[in-house]
Write a protein that binds this ligand. Structure first.
Ligand code: SAM
Ligand code: SF4
Ligand code: SF4
Length: 346
């Protein structure tokens, strides 16, 4: 996708799109993933030959833990306590991150995880905080990660669109548009209304195109397994939106670490002995209350390893619990890790 940063999920989806379900090629891809994990484990953990950097390349920040939709294939537990991140927690995180050059390894910060980012009541203030640190970093010629946002776009009205575009914070923005036509969209994205979604995306693109620095845009489309990962079978109005943005990604559902039952994945090999998980190696997730979990497949905070309000990010990164998970993955003992044993892994 031109102009857009990609993460580990997207790397996997790229391969799904390109090589389909060929078992043989998948074995090769998984073997190469294992080699890459082993090398990183050796460099950053067992031998610690690289001490000036961490293995983390992306951090997800969850502004709020709740969502206005009830998507069929999402594992977010809507009964869990509703928490929103305070501006102070966000400041605390950036101070910690930017004052430790070992985290210059972080290339992208994703403003999404579980929940819906636009529901944060102080969105403007939160983006202002990020903009402050971005400006400071630029002034001091310091590294600053790319900032990417993903939204369900249901409340992306003109006001929210202007807030995002004028913030100067975002390096790319994507919209989630599942299905392939209006009916499937409304079925898969329960509570979302197709007509409102179309209006919001169209308005956003119009305002964005008129702005001095348009943000690169993209769409993620979750497609049911019975359909092919191309657009030929989709409705014209669906395709029109896909072509309104700069790039799109079509994907099949994964099982969110085993939290969601996907019929098509039921009898799939759980890869109990797989060496490595690229998300565990390269990602951390900051939750609204300051907790940090190990990966974005953990939408319900089962893999929390620390809290940035009581310890620094680097000590969380080196937490024995995380090191033990990495070690188990290195030894092919995925099935011994509660969080991961039923995950498809990435
Ligand atoms: C969990 S949502 C969070 C961001 C925001 N609420 C949204 O929907 O855009 C992140 C992305 O995961 C996708 N998604 C939901 N369930 C999925 C599944 N089972 N497999 C793959 N992607 C999924 C959504 O379509 C969305 O693009
Ligand atoms: S996929 Fe996104 S919009 Fe849908 S329920 Fe999950 S968090 Fe909400
Ligand atoms: S295997 Fe574990 S660490 Fe890796 S994505 Fe799944 S739940 Fe996360």
């Amino acid at each position: 996708m031109l102009g857009l940063q990609i993460n580990s999920f997207e790397v996997k989806n790229f391969f799904v799109q390109k090589i389909g379900k060929s078992t043989f090629i998948w074995r090769i891809v998984e073997f190469l993933q294992g080699v890459s994990f082993s090398l990183n484990y050796w460099l950053f953990y067992s031998k610690q030959l690289i001490k000036s950097k961490t293995s983390i390349t992306e951090i997800n920040i969850e502004f709020v833990s709740y969502c206005n939709l009830r998507c069929k294939l999402c594992s977010l537990d809507h009964e869990k306590t509703k928490v929103r991140m305070s501006p102070n927690t966000l400041k605390h995180f950036f101070e910690d991150l930017l004052n430790d050059p070992r985290f210059d390894s972080v290339k992208t910060i994703h403003l999404y995880n579980a929940g819906e980012v636009l529901l944060h009541p102080k969105l403007d203030e939160m983006l202002g905080i990020i903009q402050h640190y971005k400006t400071e970093a630029k002034k001091n010629k310091r590294h600053f990660p790319q900032i990417a946002l993903l939204t369900n776009a249901t409340i992306l009205d003109e006001e929210n669109a202007s807030t995002l575009i004028n913030s100067g914070v975002l390096d790319n923005i994507r919209f989630s548009m599942d299905g392939g036509n209006k009916e499937k969209f409304e079925e898969m994205r329960e509570r979302a209304k197709w007509d409102v979604f179309v209006k919001n995306i169209t308005t956003f693109c119009e305002l964005n195109n008129k702005s001095a620095n348009p943000i690169p845009t993209g769409i993620i489309t979750l497609v049911e397994y019975e359909n092919k990962l191309h657009t030929k079978w989709m409705s014209e109005e669906f395709k029109k939106l896909l072509h309104m943005v700069d790039g799109y990604e079509l994907r099949y559902a994964h099982n969110w670490g085993g939290d969601v039952e996907i019929e098509e994945l039921k009898n799939k090999n759980k890869k109990a002995y797989k060496v490595g998980c690229s998300l565990l190696m390269h990602q951390l997730v900051l939750l609204p209350n300051g907790d940090v979990t190990v990966c974005c497949a953990d939408l319900n905070s089962k893999g929390v390893i620390g809290n940035i309000l009581t310890e620094n990010l680097f000590s969380i990164y080196r937490k024995p619990l995380r090191l033990e998970m990495l070690h188990k993955f290195m030894k092919g003992k995925k099935k011994e890790i509660d969080l991961c044993k039923d995950c498809e892994t990435f």
